[in-house]
Design a binder for this molecule. Sequence first.
Ligand code: SF4
Length: 933
Amino acid sequence: MDSPAPAIQPLALPALHASHGGCWIDDARSGSAREIGKGAAIVAAADTPLIVLNAPLVASRLGYPDLSGLDLLELFAFVFPARFVVPTPRGLAHALDLPGPELQGDAGVPAFLRLAAAALLAETARPEWQEREGAWTVLQTLARLHWPWAPLLAQTVRRPERAERWLFARLPEWEEAAPRAQPAQIVLDPTAIAARLAAIAGSDAEDRPAQRAFAQEAGHAFAPRGRSREPHVVLAQAGTGTGKTLGYLAPGSLWSAASGGTVWVSTYTKALQRQLRRESRRAFADRPKDQRPAVVVRKGRENYLCLLNLEDALQGGFQGRPAILAQLVARWAAYSQDGDMIGGDLPGWLGTLFRRRGIAALTDQRGECIYAACPHYRKCFIERAARASAEADLVIANHALVMINAARGRETGSQPTRIVFDEGHHVFDAADSTFAAALTGAETIELRRWVIGPEGKSRGRRRGLAARLADVASYDEDGARAITRAREAAEALPGEGWLARIGEGTPSGPIETLLAATRGVVHARDESGGQEAGYGLETEAAGLDGAYIAVAGAAQDALEALRQPLARIGTRLDAILADPPDWLDGAARARIEGARGSIQWRCDLLSGWIALLARLGGPADPDFVDWLAVDRSEGREWDVGLHRRYLDPMKPFAATVLAPAHGVLMTSATLCDRNLGEHDWESAIVRSGVRHLSIEPRRFAVDSPFDYASQAEVLIVTDVPRGDIAALAGAYARLIEASGGGALGLFTAIRRLRAVHGRIVDRLARAGLPLYAQHVDPIDTGTLVDIFRDEPRASLLGTDALRDGVDVPGESLRLVVMEQVPWPKPSILHRARRLAGGGQTHDDAIIRARLAQAFGRLIRSDRDRGAFVVLSAAFPSRLIGAFPAGTPVRRVTLDVALQSIAGSVSGQNATNPVIPPDPANGVAAPTTSGNPA
Ligand code: SF4
């Protein structure tokens, strides 16, 4: 971004900044900011529009939810759509190339906000403003919507001389391409793999023998397959820092160039997707501009903007503040790289500024796409992404999408056959969710809406099945009858207000009656005595009485009455596609193929539900775990239903993903359980699904090149009493103070996270140590991690998602604190798997994996240093194997831990030399009073 003109003066409007350390206002008259109380800040904000940064965050700091004002983030989204910014004063300063406010601390922020506002407005007056096109048109609508920035922008955004191309005219159309030939069968030459790796690593790369060995091993996954349904499978455990990304991209890019095929790389986290997008540029030479890209990031369709939904929102579907959001999204869509709204180039913070589920309503969440009947079909981001991935050399996707594509087969245009599962330790959990069945109120009402369409006062473009298939109905009598029958049968599904009705005991229809009975059983069997009020309740789907079984039977009949006509419609559509009538041009065919895919998906869903109900009252199926549940959050029930999971979800994974593939590489730093320092390959094989095929996987392991003995330390703190929130909070505060921030705090319960945050956040803020928290701050998780990465003195508290989703090399992360041993949640599903998996052995493997993943956040490069603290005296020694070989592990008091951390931060690092391990268990004894397990 070019530097703004140096003569920029702060905007002559007041600005407010609120942190946990206090509130500061710059009234644009006195020339400096003054500290004010929260009450005075609220009065000031109610009197006059103030410039703020992130209004929901300021509102939560003030305890004043109605706060509105001139939010700089909204202005940024208008001026620079699709550009990245960390939504903090420091991040904004960096994005705008302005001097940051750090030197003056919080008191300097209001003046900086006024300067940043002026810089953004000035940008729109510059002839070089790159995002000018469309701005004037959108601004006219925003002015009518009384967007507070509109009058100021009206002074700087010039009316264009010619009418601007509006979004839907501006977006390019995608082209159909001829189907791709099947890939040639290639045997990769080891010398060529080594040369490729050297070329993409670059001449200045350090020599990494482990990476070279990894690349050779990965090459085996691309060999021609010898027998049908017997893919080459390579399991590769590679410690952090091996360089495995380039290690598999080297043979992968060689294979795709020589064979003409597509390699799929599947990840779990968005952080790795971003890294892959960067690193793959070196491995896959890009194609000429007029061709489709060689590397494509592919997501589930619910991630992308649906242009038809956006058009509806712009034309009155959204009112008030959401209507402003729709205009800002339209600005973004015109400049977006790929229309990805979740983790793509739409700022993650944009949706939370509007405090509504507006973003989700702009995607195609419910599979209601009308394909070629849509006026934007030829410009649709989702269709473009599907075509691009069919022709790409490398597709970067996530585990769930790869599994869904393999299971449903449509969407991609081609089945993934050469797959690299990076972050392979998450494949089990992804398969568990993908192959699950949930017959719940939330799921069934979605199906009703999909079949029937809008009811009552609903508005928008959504249409029912009958409207979507009107041309089929007029052409095919049998199909028309099936559509009518499906429409009637869907009336049996829960409708609006179902949750209130079953709560009041007045369910309507057989499925609501089943849900009401389910709720009754779950509550009747609950033995928590209300202690766990606010959390979900569940009970086994066993020992159910005759009345419940009868209700379930009636529900099963109702679902079957819907499944049959849907299956019939599917058959009729197949017949039309096989023997096409005159009117079936390319566009109509695409729409019918789309409808066929989504009908098959619903038939499979219904079959799963019917099978679940059919088992009730009979002998349990050993392949499945079934239970009834009431989902609650913060004391409020939000869903009720029956659930089914595979006891081993790798069984369907092996059948639908592994068996049809030709080659699969599964890799991770924590693929194998590490007990007593040994690689447990049996656990890796079980969790890869390979044992369900008659093949032997190749195994490969390489340790991390990092020197954990000098770079890291594990401190097990023995004197923070379990269950004492005040002591826990005090420990967190002192640890964060000792490290000067840069701490990632991991919790196993949201309740404890909030309690700790509430007790320490003000104290830390006053010491200049900002503390952010998932489930507390109104900021999405991805943005929280961006903020944490950008502010070396910031700390972040969170739960499971942060255990894997944080990739922060360098200074910003130097301390990881776990509040306790991450025991598995004692659910019905866990109990069944524990029983099948060897009891304690099963649990220990889960905990070691979690500890290893959490520890893995700490050391991301050979320059990183840091401490890993577990605040639990009851830390069993058998879990120590979770940490990489050579990592010093000590049991210490909190005081000793604090000295050690402060010492290493200040560079002294010798206040507490590592005590030699106790030969009995490999763990050093506490240095002062402690309580070793
Ligand atoms: S083709 Fe489907 S997903 Fe794409 S814009 Fe149209 S309705 Fe939305």
